[in-house]
Design a protein around this ligand. Structure first.
Ligand code: SF4
Length: 345
Protein backbone atom coordinates (compact mmCIF):
# COMPACT_ATOMS: atom_id res chain seq x y z
CA UNK A 1 0.00 0.00 0.00
CA UNK A 2 2.94 2.28 0.70
CA UNK A 3 4.68 1.41 -2.57
CA UNK A 4 1.48 1.99 -4.56
CA UNK A 5 0.85 5.33 -2.85
CA UNK A 6 -2.41 4.14 -1.29
CA UNK A 7 -1.10 5.35 2.07
CA UNK A 8 1.52 7.95 2.96
CA UNK A 9 2.77 6.23 6.13
CA UNK A 10 2.31 3.09 8.21
CA UNK A 11 2.22 2.70 11.99
CA UNK A 12 3.93 -0.54 13.03
CA UNK A 13 5.34 -1.96 16.24
CA UNK A 14 9.08 -2.27 15.76
CA UNK A 15 11.64 -3.39 18.32
CA UNK A 16 14.01 -1.04 20.10
CA UNK A 17 17.43 -0.84 18.44
CA UNK A 18 19.18 -2.53 21.38
CA UNK A 19 16.49 -5.03 22.43
CA UNK A 20 14.55 -7.32 20.08
CA UNK A 21 11.94 -8.01 22.76
CA UNK A 22 11.15 -4.37 23.60
CA UNK A 23 8.33 -2.90 21.49
CA UNK A 24 8.65 0.61 20.06
CA UNK A 25 5.92 2.17 17.87
CA UNK A 26 7.29 3.44 14.57
CA UNK A 27 5.84 5.73 11.91
CA UNK A 28 7.21 4.04 8.80
CA UNK A 29 7.59 5.85 5.48
CA UNK A 30 9.65 3.30 3.54
CA UNK A 31 9.20 -0.45 2.93
CA UNK A 32 12.41 -1.06 4.90
CA UNK A 33 10.92 0.69 7.93
CA UNK A 34 7.66 -1.23 7.56
CA UNK A 35 9.64 -4.48 7.68
CA UNK A 36 10.98 -3.49 11.10
CA UNK A 37 7.46 -4.25 12.32
CA UNK A 38 7.81 -7.95 11.44
CA UNK A 39 7.48 -10.51 14.21
CA UNK A 40 5.72 -10.70 17.52
CA UNK A 41 6.65 -8.28 20.33
CA UNK A 42 4.80 -10.00 23.16
CA UNK A 43 4.52 -7.18 25.69
CA UNK A 44 2.30 -4.11 25.94
CA UNK A 45 3.29 -1.36 23.53
CA UNK A 46 2.34 2.34 23.68
CA UNK A 47 1.14 2.16 20.08
CA UNK A 48 -1.02 5.29 20.21
CA UNK A 49 1.83 7.54 21.36
CA UNK A 50 3.01 7.75 17.75
CA UNK A 51 -0.26 9.38 16.66
CA UNK A 52 0.95 12.83 17.76
CA UNK A 53 3.57 12.54 15.00
CA UNK A 54 0.84 11.69 12.50
CA UNK A 55 -1.33 14.65 13.55
CA UNK A 56 1.65 17.01 13.36
CA UNK A 57 2.61 15.98 9.81
CA UNK A 58 0.39 17.65 7.20
CA UNK A 59 1.84 15.43 4.45
CA UNK A 60 0.12 12.33 5.90
CA UNK A 61 -3.39 12.18 4.47
CA UNK A 62 -3.76 8.39 4.34
CA UNK A 63 -2.49 6.09 7.06
CA UNK A 64 -2.26 2.33 7.59
CA UNK A 65 -2.34 1.49 11.30
CA UNK A 66 -1.22 -2.00 12.36
CA UNK A 67 -2.01 -3.02 15.93
CA UNK A 68 -3.69 -5.18 18.54
CA UNK A 69 -7.35 -4.96 19.52
CA UNK A 70 -7.12 -2.55 22.46
CA UNK A 71 -5.04 -0.09 20.40
CA UNK A 72 -7.45 -0.33 17.49
CA UNK A 73 -10.47 0.26 19.74
CA UNK A 74 -8.81 3.32 21.28
CA UNK A 75 -7.85 4.59 17.82
CA UNK A 76 -11.39 4.17 16.47
CA UNK A 77 -12.85 6.07 19.44
CA UNK A 78 -10.60 9.13 19.09
CA UNK A 79 -12.41 12.44 18.67
CA UNK A 80 -15.82 10.92 19.45
CA UNK A 81 -15.36 8.22 16.81
CA UNK A 82 -13.80 10.42 14.10
CA UNK A 83 -10.06 9.61 14.24
CA UNK A 84 -9.51 10.73 10.64
CA UNK A 85 -10.38 14.34 11.51
CA UNK A 86 -8.33 14.18 14.73
CA UNK A 87 -5.26 12.97 12.82
CA UNK A 88 -5.65 15.34 9.87
CA UNK A 89 -6.36 12.47 7.45
CA UNK A 90 -8.69 12.72 4.48
CA UNK A 91 -12.15 11.14 4.78
CA UNK A 92 -11.72 7.39 4.36
CA UNK A 93 -7.95 7.76 4.74
CA UNK A 94 -7.52 5.45 7.74
CA UNK A 95 -6.82 1.77 7.05
CA UNK A 96 -6.49 -0.69 9.95
CA UNK A 97 -4.74 -4.04 9.84
CA UNK A 98 -5.13 -5.85 13.16
CA UNK A 99 -3.51 -8.89 14.67
CA UNK A 100 -5.05 -11.49 16.94
CA UNK A 101 -3.93 -10.78 20.48
CA UNK A 102 -4.24 -12.54 23.81
CA UNK A 103 -2.24 -12.80 27.05
CA UNK A 104 0.31 -10.08 26.36
CA UNK A 105 3.11 -9.55 28.91
CA UNK A 106 2.93 -6.43 31.08
CA UNK A 107 6.65 -5.59 30.63
CA UNK A 108 9.74 -6.72 28.78
CA UNK A 109 11.13 -7.97 32.13
CA UNK A 110 8.07 -10.21 32.56
CA UNK A 111 8.74 -11.47 29.07
CA UNK A 112 12.29 -12.41 29.97
CA UNK A 113 11.05 -14.20 33.10
CA UNK A 114 8.70 -16.21 30.91
CA UNK A 115 11.48 -17.18 28.52
CA UNK A 116 13.70 -18.22 31.41
CA UNK A 117 10.91 -20.43 32.76
CA UNK A 118 10.71 -21.95 29.30
CA UNK A 119 14.38 -22.91 29.54
CA UNK A 120 15.72 -20.23 27.19
CA UNK A 121 19.20 -19.10 28.17
CA UNK A 122 20.65 -15.86 26.74
CA UNK A 123 24.01 -17.64 26.38
CA UNK A 124 22.40 -19.80 23.69
CA UNK A 125 21.37 -16.68 21.75
CA UNK A 126 18.82 -14.14 22.95
CA UNK A 127 15.23 -15.01 22.10
CA UNK A 128 13.93 -12.44 19.63
CA UNK A 129 10.29 -13.53 19.53
CA UNK A 130 8.00 -16.37 20.50
CA UNK A 131 4.47 -17.56 19.89
CA UNK A 132 2.10 -20.11 21.42
CA UNK A 133 1.23 -22.28 18.41
CA UNK A 134 -1.55 -24.76 17.68
CA UNK A 135 0.78 -27.75 18.17
CA UNK A 136 0.76 -27.05 21.95
CA UNK A 137 4.32 -25.79 21.79
CA UNK A 138 5.91 -22.38 22.26
CA UNK A 139 7.98 -21.61 19.16
CA UNK A 140 10.99 -19.39 19.82
CA UNK A 141 13.06 -17.51 17.24
CA UNK A 142 16.45 -16.39 18.51
CA UNK A 143 18.46 -13.41 17.34
CA UNK A 144 21.26 -15.73 16.14
CA UNK A 145 18.88 -17.45 13.70
CA UNK A 146 18.35 -20.64 15.71
CA UNK A 147 14.88 -21.78 16.80
CA UNK A 148 13.32 -23.99 19.46
CA UNK A 149 9.96 -25.56 20.26
CA UNK A 150 8.96 -26.33 23.86
CA UNK A 151 5.70 -27.97 24.93
CA UNK A 152 3.45 -25.63 26.94
CA UNK A 153 3.56 -28.11 29.83
CA UNK A 154 7.25 -27.53 30.65
CA UNK A 155 6.17 -24.17 32.07
CA UNK A 156 5.46 -23.99 35.81
CA UNK A 157 1.91 -22.86 36.52
CA UNK A 158 3.24 -20.06 38.70
CA UNK A 159 4.72 -18.23 35.69
CA UNK A 160 1.33 -17.46 34.11
CA UNK A 161 0.13 -14.68 36.42
CA UNK A 162 3.40 -12.71 36.22
CA UNK A 163 3.55 -13.11 32.44
CA UNK A 164 0.11 -11.75 31.59
CA UNK A 165 -0.88 -8.08 31.94
CA UNK A 166 -3.97 -7.50 34.15
CA UNK A 167 -5.65 -5.72 31.22
CA UNK A 168 -5.37 -8.89 29.13
CA UNK A 169 -7.17 -10.92 31.82
CA UNK A 170 -10.27 -8.77 31.33
CA UNK A 171 -10.01 -8.44 27.54
CA UNK A 172 -12.50 -10.03 25.13
CA UNK A 173 -11.10 -8.65 21.88
CA UNK A 174 -8.89 -11.58 20.90
CA UNK A 175 -10.11 -11.30 17.29
CA UNK A 176 -9.55 -7.53 16.96
CA UNK A 177 -13.14 -6.78 16.07
CA UNK A 178 -12.69 -3.14 14.99
CA UNK A 179 -9.97 -3.70 12.35
CA UNK A 180 -10.65 -3.74 8.60
CA UNK A 181 -8.51 -6.85 8.17
CA UNK A 182 -7.05 -9.19 10.80
CA UNK A 183 -4.05 -11.52 10.55
CA UNK A 184 -3.00 -14.28 12.94
CA UNK A 185 -2.17 -17.93 13.27
CA UNK A 186 -4.99 -19.38 15.27
CA UNK A 187 -7.45 -20.71 12.67
CA UNK A 188 -4.90 -21.80 10.07
CA UNK A 189 -3.87 -25.46 10.08
CA UNK A 190 -0.34 -26.00 11.41
CA UNK A 191 1.17 -28.77 9.34
CA UNK A 192 3.77 -31.22 10.58
CA UNK A 193 7.26 -29.71 10.64
CA UNK A 194 6.04 -26.13 10.22
CA UNK A 195 7.10 -23.40 12.62
CA UNK A 196 6.00 -19.86 13.36
CA UNK A 197 8.35 -18.80 10.54
CA UNK A 198 6.60 -20.64 7.74
CA UNK A 199 3.14 -21.57 9.09
CA UNK A 200 0.01 -20.56 7.21
CA UNK A 201 -1.87 -17.53 8.51
CA UNK A 202 -5.56 -16.86 8.97
CA UNK A 203 -6.81 -13.61 7.43
CA UNK A 204 -10.22 -12.24 8.41
CA UNK A 205 -11.76 -9.65 6.10
CA UNK A 206 -14.29 -7.47 7.91
CA UNK A 207 -15.42 -4.94 5.32
CA UNK A 208 -14.87 -3.70 1.74
CA UNK A 209 -11.78 -1.75 2.80
CA UNK A 210 -10.26 -4.94 4.25
CA UNK A 211 -11.20 -6.85 1.07
CA UNK A 212 -9.47 -4.20 -1.05
CA UNK A 213 -6.34 -4.41 1.15
CA UNK A 214 -6.17 -8.19 0.77
CA UNK A 215 -6.91 -8.03 -2.97
CA UNK A 216 -4.08 -5.56 -3.46
CA UNK A 217 -1.62 -7.79 -1.55
CA UNK A 218 -2.71 -10.81 -3.58
CA UNK A 219 -2.27 -8.99 -6.89
CA UNK A 220 1.17 -7.79 -5.77
CA UNK A 221 2.13 -11.41 -5.02
CA UNK A 222 2.92 -10.73 -1.36
CA UNK A 223 0.02 -12.95 -0.25
CA UNK A 224 -0.98 -16.32 -1.70
CA UNK A 225 -4.45 -17.54 -0.70
CA UNK A 226 -4.38 -21.29 -0.12
CA UNK A 227 -7.98 -21.70 1.08
CA UNK A 228 -10.88 -19.26 0.82
CA UNK A 229 -14.09 -19.55 2.85
CA UNK A 230 -15.98 -17.86 -0.02
CA UNK A 231 -15.08 -20.81 -2.25
CA UNK A 232 -15.13 -23.82 0.11
CA UNK A 233 -15.37 -24.48 3.87
CA UNK A 234 -12.06 -24.00 5.68
CA UNK A 235 -10.31 -26.98 7.34
CA UNK A 236 -11.80 -27.74 10.75
CA UNK A 237 -12.12 -30.79 12.99
CA UNK A 238 -12.53 -31.83 16.63
CA UNK A 239 -14.70 -30.80 19.59
CA UNK A 240 -13.73 -27.48 21.14
CA UNK A 241 -16.24 -27.59 24.01
CA UNK A 242 -14.65 -30.41 26.01
CA UNK A 243 -11.12 -29.11 25.41
CA UNK A 244 -12.06 -25.55 26.43
CA UNK A 245 -13.63 -26.87 29.65
CA UNK A 246 -10.61 -29.05 30.50
CA UNK A 247 -8.16 -26.22 29.76
CA UNK A 248 -10.08 -23.72 31.87
CA UNK A 249 -10.38 -26.10 34.80
CA UNK A 250 -6.62 -26.82 34.73
CA UNK A 251 -5.59 -23.19 34.13
CA UNK A 252 -3.20 -22.00 36.83
CA UNK A 253 -4.70 -18.50 36.97
CA UNK A 254 -8.14 -20.04 37.51
CA UNK A 255 -6.74 -22.39 40.17
CA UNK A 256 -5.13 -19.44 41.95
CA UNK A 257 -8.40 -17.49 41.88
CA UNK A 258 -10.11 -20.47 43.46
CA UNK A 259 -7.43 -20.76 46.15
CA UNK A 260 -6.15 -24.09 44.86
CA UNK A 261 -2.54 -25.23 44.55
CA UNK A 262 -0.60 -24.11 41.48
CA UNK A 263 2.33 -26.15 40.12
CA UNK A 264 5.62 -24.40 40.80
CA UNK A 265 7.50 -26.78 38.50
CA UNK A 266 6.89 -27.64 34.88
CA UNK A 267 6.51 -31.17 33.59
CA UNK A 268 9.79 -32.96 32.68
CA UNK A 269 10.50 -32.16 29.03
CA UNK A 270 10.36 -35.74 27.65
CA UNK A 271 6.98 -36.32 29.31
CA UNK A 272 5.71 -32.93 28.12
CA UNK A 273 6.77 -33.80 24.55
CA UNK A 274 4.73 -37.01 24.70
CA UNK A 275 1.70 -35.16 26.07
CA UNK A 276 1.95 -32.46 23.38
CA UNK A 277 2.16 -35.22 20.77
CA UNK A 278 -1.00 -36.87 22.13
CA UNK A 279 -2.83 -33.53 22.34
CA UNK A 280 -1.98 -32.79 18.73
CA UNK A 281 -3.73 -36.02 17.79
CA UNK A 282 -6.94 -35.46 19.75
CA UNK A 283 -7.31 -31.68 20.01
CA UNK A 284 -9.41 -29.47 17.71
CA UNK A 285 -7.72 -28.36 14.49
CA UNK A 286 -8.06 -25.53 12.00
CA UNK A 287 -11.06 -23.26 12.61
CA UNK A 288 -12.19 -25.44 15.51
CA UNK A 289 -8.83 -24.79 17.20
CA UNK A 290 -9.40 -21.04 16.82
CA UNK A 291 -12.87 -21.39 18.35
CA UNK A 292 -11.41 -23.48 21.20
CA UNK A 293 -8.74 -20.87 21.92
CA UNK A 294 -11.26 -18.02 21.91
CA UNK A 295 -13.70 -19.99 24.08
CA UNK A 296 -11.08 -20.97 26.68
CA UNK A 297 -9.71 -17.42 26.98
CA UNK A 298 -13.21 -15.95 27.29
CA UNK A 299 -14.08 -18.51 29.99
CA UNK A 300 -10.94 -17.70 31.97
CA UNK A 301 -11.45 -13.95 31.52
CA UNK A 302 -15.10 -14.24 32.59
CA UNK A 303 -13.77 -15.62 35.90
CA UNK A 304 -10.87 -13.15 36.08
CA UNK A 305 -13.20 -10.16 35.48
CA UNK A 306 -15.49 -11.30 38.30
CA UNK A 307 -12.47 -11.87 40.55
CA UNK A 308 -11.08 -8.38 39.79
CA UNK A 309 -14.29 -6.34 39.76
CA UNK A 310 -17.16 -8.36 41.23
CA UNK A 311 -20.06 -9.83 39.26
CA UNK A 312 -22.03 -6.65 38.56
CA UNK A 313 -19.19 -4.65 37.04
CA UNK A 314 -17.78 -7.69 35.23
CA UNK A 315 -21.11 -8.29 33.52
CA UNK A 316 -21.46 -4.62 32.61
CA UNK A 317 -18.01 -4.67 30.92
CA UNK A 318 -18.34 -7.95 29.06
CA UNK A 319 -19.51 -7.69 25.44
CA UNK A 320 -22.68 -9.55 24.41
CA UNK A 321 -20.81 -11.82 21.98
CA UNK A 322 -18.52 -13.00 24.80
CA UNK A 323 -21.49 -13.60 27.10
CA UNK A 324 -23.13 -15.73 24.39
CA UNK A 325 -19.97 -17.83 24.02
CA UNK A 326 -19.41 -18.46 27.74
CA UNK A 327 -23.14 -19.12 28.33
CA UNK A 328 -22.65 -22.47 26.57
CA UNK A 329 -20.65 -23.50 29.64
CA UNK A 330 -22.92 -22.10 32.38
CA UNK A 331 -23.67 -25.57 33.72
CA UNK A 332 -20.17 -26.07 35.16
CA UNK A 333 -18.97 -22.44 35.18
CA UNK A 334 -21.64 -21.33 37.66
CA UNK A 335 -20.01 -23.31 40.46
CA UNK A 336 -16.63 -21.60 39.82
CA UNK A 337 -18.34 -18.19 39.60
CA UNK A 338 -20.07 -18.77 42.93
CA UNK A 339 -16.76 -19.72 44.58
CA UNK A 340 -15.13 -16.53 43.29
CA UNK A 341 -18.08 -14.39 44.40
CA UNK A 342 -18.00 -16.01 47.87
CA UNK A 343 -14.28 -15.27 48.16
CA UNK A 344 -14.94 -11.56 47.49
CA UNK A 345 -17.80 -11.32 50.05
S1 SF4 B 1 -4.99 -9.15 25.09
FE1 SF4 B 1 -6.40 -7.43 24.78
S2 SF4 B 1 -5.78 -5.93 26.35
FE2 SF4 B 1 -4.09 -7.38 26.11
S3 SF4 B 1 -2.73 -6.38 24.63
FE3 SF4 B 1 -4.07 -7.81 23.52
S4 SF4 B 1 -5.79 -6.59 22.81
FE4 SF4 B 1 -4.73 -5.41 24.41
Amino acid sequence: MLLDGVVDAVVVTAAKEDDDLAPAPLLARTPEEVLRGRGVKPSLSPALSILDEVAADASIKRLLFCGVGCSVQALRSLNGGDPEAALGLEAGGLFVMGTHCVDNSPTVEANRGFLQALGERPAEGAAARYEFMADFQVHVDRADGTTSKSPYMVLPGTVAKASIAPSCLTCFDYVNGAADLVVGYMGAPLNRGESMRNALLQVTVRNPKGAAMLGRAERAGTVVIEADSRVAPLPTSGDRGKTAKATTQADSIVLEMLGEAVRDKGMPRPLAKVLAFVLRRVAPKGLEFAKYSIEYHFLRNDLASRDAWGTKRALSQMPAYAKAIVAQHDEWMDELRERIAAKRD
